[in-house]
Design a protein around this ligand. Structure first.
Ligand SMILES: Nc1nc(=O)c2c([nH]1)NC[C@@H]1CN(c3ccc(C(=O)N[C@@H](CCC(=O)O)C(=O)O)cc3)C=[N+]21
Length: 294
């Protein structure tokens, strides 16, 4: 006898992202009519990393398609920290710039904490500035990191309310793991943050109704770890010989989970759509016009 094969709902990140981009574009039109100017997003890329360049280009295209002004700054890999901080100061002072994103990782001779701290928190559309991290942690209005925000939107679309659910976040980065845990906590989940030193990762994943995988290890989390029916959000973007794969072993997990995001086509497109959303939110707050519901 063969075991019955069940199959999870595939969460269509591309469709969620397209819908959000559409709502942002409508909000941008309203903003531009009210203020007489477009929201502006400045993206700063240091060096020539080809994967980063591709990503920056797709952000630029999505920004323009939403009706916003896309400003790109490409700096040589040997730019010193002072030079980069000077550019950030110029962008902070530029009234046409509502959002500033400095592409990470930065070359090792630059202190990325210092660069992030130099960005005006009101323009910090990545939500990485300590002021925004603190505002998120204390329940104040903040600019929220794009990847976790996109994950929460998809989780709410699956579950409606998240209150009382057991969530595990595997990974503790400032970019994904920590803000993801804060957002889940704000939704009244019971949150576990697991990481490389967690003693029984299997047990932590196994009891979770929601699994967010953000470790950066290709296909690390297998179907056998997942509680049947759980929702699995795969943040991993790993380039391997088999192409782009997540941190979750999709082929086994899809047979156990209730819902799961694919890679590609899951969290990635939502990250970019949330960047546009954050830029419109930042522009609206800076201009003192009503913030759209997004
Ligand atoms: N300051 C900063 N903010 C970021 O948000 C940031 C960053 N630095 N550095 C790099 C990472 C990476 N990142 C991605 C976003 C979307 C996709 C994406 O849309 N991926 C597509 C696939 C793209 C492909 O095929 O390569 C998908 O998952 O379907 C990927 C990666 C944002 N990052």
């Amino acid at each position: 006898m063969t075991a019955p094969i069940s199959s999870a709902t595939i969460i269509d990140g591309k469709a969620h992202a397209a819908a959000l981009r559409q709502r942002v574009a409508e909000g941008v039109a309203t903003f531009t009519a009210a203020t007489g100017r477009q929201p502006g997003l400045a993206v700063v890329l240091v060096g020539e990393d080809p994967a980063s360049a591709v990503y920056v280009r797709s952000k630029g295209k999505a920004t323009a398609a939403a009706g916003m002004n896309s400003i790109e700054h490409r700096l040589p890999v040997d730019i010193d920290q002072t030079g980069l901080l000077e550019l950030v100061a110029e962008l902070n002072a530029d009234d046409g710039v509502d959002g500033i994103l400095v592409q990470l990782p930065l070359p090792s001779h630059i202190d990325s904490h210092a660069v992030i701290a130099a960005i005006d928190p009101a323009k910090d559309v990545d939500g990485f500035h300590p002021v925004n991290a603190g505002r998120l942690a204390t329940g104040l209005p903040a600019l929220v990191p794009c990847t976790p925000l996109g994950c929460i939107m998809m989780l709410k679309a699956v579950h409606g309310h998240l209150a009382g659910l057991d969530a595990v976040v595997v990974g503790r980065s400032n970019i994904v793991g920590k803000p993801m845990a804060q957002l889940l906590l704000a939704e009244s989940c019971t949150v576990t943050i697991a990481h490389s030193r967690t003693r029984d990762l299997f047990a932590a994943v196994r009891r979770a109704d929601i699994v967010v995988a953000a470790v950066g290890i290709p296909r690390m989390i297998e179907g056998g770890w997942i509680k049947p029916g759980a929702t699995v959000i795969d943040v991993g973007i790993n380039r391997t010989d088999d192409g782009l794969v997540g941190d979750v072993d999709f082929d086994s997990a899809v047979q156990v989970a209730g819902a799961i995001t694919p890679v590609p086509g899951g969290v990635g497109p939502m990250t970019i759509a949330c960047l546009l959303r954050n830029t419109l939110v930042a522009a609206s707050r800076r201009a003192g016009v009503a913030e759209p519901e997004l």
